[in-house]
Design a protein around this ligand. Structure first.
Ligand SMILES: C[S@@+](CC[C@H](N)C(=O)[O-])C[C@H]1O[C@@H](n2cnc3c(N)ncnc32)[C@H](O)[C@@H]1O
Ligand SMILES: [Zn+2]
Length: 300
């Protein structure tokens, strides 16, 4: 199994093949003649054509950099470990799709953890609206020897590989029935597309915020704090197959991590400038992490 078995043309849905004889990192082409260049970081932009859809460019570059700096502090590393435990029994090889992969930090960690825990090869694809996010993911995976800038000269068909593709997860440029695992971490869940790409018996693992997630921060940012649970509800065809609720406290220093955390959440836009400043005047905070990892199995 390699990446070309998994991705599809975003215009017509056809398989993609490398164009021969072109200079640079290369390009892909479908039978209908739609072509897609491999970028210098080694991703192929599979966002659907048309300005409107491409304007939905996802997190801005600075929000993504803030996300990467914060995540690299290890505060949320437990999630990818939980995900690999909830993946169930895997032998041989599995295909993992991370939908809304952001800067790719969790995608890479989940692929490595699953591969080590289950002793299997993981072929992981992160689909993300932001080209910046896909580029950051490619660079991280390349540093770990899991990805090559020359997309089709990857570490080889024996080892775990991680690739990133700018794409709209609600129009996933991916083959039917090819993935054993679909991951959704703090991102919208495209249930129809997940149901289409998963193999029968495949699992969708959703990581979502619980009611008290970062509650201390939200109390500084808002006069009235909503304590919503963002537990996903699965449509027919998916069977709930387990949930782990994780709750712990993190010490987040300032300047640095607290500002990064603010920037990577929607609160950065939603809170008033005055309340954001009130938060950033703090030396640091003890914050509650409250998340749910929920598994859904696609019925066969
Ligand atoms: C809150 S971030 C989470 C990123 C990453 N999963 C993590 O946990 O670090 C949500 C991500 O979903 C992406 N996203 C939202 N809607 C999308 C869509 N329709 N297609 C592709 N990506 C999308 C955003 O660009 C953003 O990077
Ligand atoms: Zn095409």
């Amino acid at each position: 199994m390699d990446i070309l078995d998994l991705i599809r043309c975003p215009s017509c849905g056809g398989p993609l093949h490398p164009e021969t004889g072109c200079p640079g990192p290369g390009s892909l082409r479908c039978a209908a003649g739609h072509t897609f260049d491999v970028s210098k970081q080694g991703y192929v932009n599979l966002l659907p054509p048309g300005r409107a859809s491409n304007q939905r460019s996802g997190d801005e570059a600075e929000m993504l950099r803030a996300r990467r700096r914060f995540l690299s502090g290890g505060y949320y590393d437990r999630f990818s470990e939980t995900v690999s435990e909830m993946a169930g029994d895997i032998s041989g090889e599995t295909v993992l799709f991370d939908l809304g992969s952001g800067d790719g930090y969790h995608t890479v960690r989940a692929a490595v953890n699953i591969s080590q825990k289950h002793g299997c090869r993981v072929l992981a694809l992160g689909f993300e609206a932001s080209k910046n996010g896909a580029a950051m993911g490619c660079r991280l995976a390349e540093e770990l020897g899991l990805h090559s800038r020359k997309l089709f000269e990857c570490p080889g068909n024996a080892g775990t590989e991680v690739h990133f593709l700018p794409a709209n997860i609600f129009r996933l440029p991916a083959a039917d029935r090819c993935a054993g695992l679909v991951l959704s971490m703090f991102a919208p869940i495209p249930w129809d597309e997940a149901g289409r790409v998963l193999l029968p018996g495949g699992k969708l693992i959703a990581v979502s915020a619980g009611p008290d997630h970062l509650i201390e921060m939200r109390k500084v940012l808002y006069d009235r704090v909503e304590t919503n649970d963002f537990l996903p509800e699965a449509p027919a065809g998916f069977r709930p197959a387990g949930r782990v609720s994780d709750r712990y406290t993190i010490s987040v220093g300032n300047p640095g991590a607290l500002g990064d955390l603010l920037k990577m959440t929607p609160h950065y836009y939603r809170a008033t400038a005055e309340n954001r400043e009130r938060l950033l005047r703090k030396d640091g905070m003890e914050l509650t992490v409250d998340v749910n990892c929920t598994v859904f199995e696609l019925e066969g």
